[in-house]
Write a protein that binds this ligand. Structure first.
Ligand SMILES: [Zn+2]
Length: 252
């Protein structure tokens, strides 16, 4: 067996962090590099791994010709400005529905992107991203590149955010596919995984090539959390930004 030890802070890092009204964004030490998502919108930045997967998705679709990257990573300050600007321009009700409070926006993680149909005028807060044409094709392929529609219709009571068909979140391929299969949003998925405590149970996701085992490890209340793995196991781990870690093990 080999041991991996995490400091308490590590629960705030990784592709599966939940950032919403209840769980603020915490700047992690291990955030990936931010890179431009494409050549047209060099100011729109994303975590490098998420950007790479998005590039792959778009390449297969010829997507950037018809789809624009509207908003990616945001600093705390930028989120504050967007929030204040929207309050002034659109009022409190609209802003509460569509703009997360500063420090509670997923955009601060670098794992979220707003996309819109490339056209003359693109609404920055609510870009058009319909369920037809190329946007439909994008949605169909999104999970196999690790992206989920983060704020779907009918889940407003869970996410706390209105239906936002333009907002996509990178969570990694296996997790996006599992969430898609069960129709779960990230908050629900994190709850769901709690029934699979690491070392006792795991959720098995089968693909053609391999089995993927997903489980939840509760972080120690104080101090380090220790993970024991079989020798040679291929795994990844992400904090949930709440109280623990999601452990993913690949069985070749
Ligand atoms: Zn967004």
């Amino acid at each position: 067996m080999r041991k991996v030890v995490w400091k308490r802070d590590a629960i705030h890092n990784g592709n599966l962090v939940v950032v919403n009204a209840g769980y603020p964004f915490r700047e992690g030490k291990n955030r990936g590099n931010l890179v431009a998502v494409n050549r047209q919108e060099r100011h729109v930045l994303l975590d490098s791994r998420a950007a790479g997967m998005l590039a792959g998705l778009m390449e297969g679709l010829g997507g950037w010709e018809q789809i624009a990257a509207v908003s990616g990573w945001r600093s705390m300050r930028e989120q504050q400005e967007i929030y204040a600007g929207s309050l002034k321009e659109n009022g409190a009700d609209y802003t509460r529905r569509f703009v997360a409070l500063p420090n509670h926006s997923e955009h601060q993680t670098g794992l979220a992107i707003d996309l819109g149909v490339r056209q003359g005028r693109i609404d920055f807060i609510c870009p058009e991203f319909p369920c037809t044409g190329i946007c439909r094709e994008f949605r169909k392929r999104a999970a196999s590149f690790g992206f989920v529609e983060r704020y779907p219709e009918g889940k407003e009571h869970v996410t706390g955010i209105a239906h936002e068909p333009w907002h996509f979140r990178y969570v990694g391929t296996s997790h996006a596919e599992i969430m898609d299969r069960h129709g779960m949003v990230l908050e629900e998925y994190m709850d769901f995984l709690k029934q699979y405590p690491y070392g006792k149970e795991c959720y098995c996701y089968r693909t053609q090539e391999r089995d993927i085992w997903v489980s939840y490890l509760r972080a120690e209340k104080e101090g380090d959390t220790c993970l024991e793995l079989e020798e040679g196991a291929v795994y990844s781990a992400s904090g949930n930004n709440m109280d623990g870690y999601i452990i993913t093990v690949w069985n070749p």
